[in-house]
Design a binder for this molecule. Structure first.
Ligand code: SF4
Length: 328
């Protein structure tokens, strides 16, 4: 009976339709002992839409800490005493050198990430524009940025300088957001994604799981992302940071993480799904199953404020699975 239901979900996803909200809730509430039936189907859907290539991306934390937002999972917020490193915008040449090193490590896409509500100081925008132009001239990498809540004018300036993709997470479901952040409105995040899309940028928008949201709220986020028609969904799993309100939160289980990834593959079958922060600590020895669960990309190298594992281990895992990194 359960196998037949999963098979129906697979057939629907293979048609590119994506599950309904009720079907998504049914999938994510399946018992853990169904995991290999789920993976068998999600693997087929991923292979059908994405073949055997995986997108590898890397980031630089180009401006760290001192953020006035109060996201409960984030060590860069001024609201929490986390001891995180703080520094202003990194110089363009350093950004470009970091991008080149990431490229040598196998990353196809490079994102310039900054802390704070948004980037609006002319001097900071000028640094980013210079870095993007240099990246375009000196690397083959896809150029992405994650700069917070942005207006059309500034995003257009950065697009003119070479920006191709804009990343901005919704973090969680609309109904759970007030539990995660009280310093800005969900709609401001939604509008940033709509603006980036309208300007023709590739949009990368997802969330963090394990914040205390219900399984149904994970489905709610997937529905919102489908309505926004984002191109790529970055999936992060909470890695509790000392000093934040979630410092004592438990990790998700590896099987729960795999079901979340599969949910997004079944709900947004043709989109890019990229596994980012919290992969190692939440999935542990089951990391290699992220691709069977439906991911077709992952972040390699270090995260914003925590270390990743050595890129060569990730490249070996991709190779061992018979997959290959997508080239620029
Ligand atoms: S997640 Fe972003 S907006 Fe929220 S506190 Fe951290 S740096 Fe600020």
């Amino acid at each position: 009976m359960i196998r037949a239901t999963i098979k129906q979900f697979e057939e629907k996803a293979l048609k590119g339709e994506g599950l309904s909200c009720a079907e998504g809730c049914a999938l994510i509430n399946l018992p853990d002992n169904c995991i290999f039936d789920i993976l068998a189907s999600s693997e087929k859907v991923r292979t059908f839409f994405k073949g055997n290539e995986v997108n590898l991306c890397s980031i630089i934390n180009a401006k760290s800490g001192l953020c006035h937002e109060d996201c409960i999972f984030c060590s860069q917020s001024v609201h929490y005493d986390t001891g995180v490193k703080t520094y202003p915008m990194t110089e363009p040449q350093t950004i470009v050198e970091t991008a080149k090193a990431a490229s040598q490590n196998g990353a196809r896409e490079f994102s310039i990430v900054t802390s704070g509500t948004s980037v609006n100081k002319d001097s900071d925008v000028a640094i980013l524009a210079e870095a993007l132009k240099k990246m375009q001239g000196e690397t083959q990498m896809e150029r992405c940025a994650s700069l917070g809540i942005m207006n059309a004018e500034t995003l257009q300036k950065l697009k003119d300088a070479g920006l191709q993709s804009y990343h901005h997470n919704l973090e969680t479901a609309r109904s759970f957001f007030p539990n995660v952040c009280t310093t800005h409105d969900y709609e401001e995040d939604v509008n940033t994604i709509k603006t980036a899309r309208r300007l023709g940028l590739y949009t990368c928008c997802g969330g963090v799981f394990g914040l205390g949201e219900s399984r149904e709220q994970r489905v709610e986020l997937a529905v919102t992302l489908r309505e926004l028609d984002v191109d790529s969904i970055p999936i992060n799993f909470l890695n509790p940071r000392p000093g934040t309100p979630l410092e004592n939160a438990a990790h998700l289980t590896p099987l729960e993480c795999l079901k979340i990834i599969a949910l997004f593959r079944f709900m947004l079958p043709a989109k890019d799904i990229v596994i980012c922060g919290g992969r190692q600590v939440n999935l542990r020895d089951m990391q290699c199953l992220i691709f069977a669960a439906g991911a077709n990309g992952m972040m390699i190298g270090n995260y914003l404020t925590t270390m990743g594992r050595p890129p060569e281990e990730d490249l070996r895992m991709v190779k061992d699975l018979g997959l290959k990194p997508r080239r620029p």
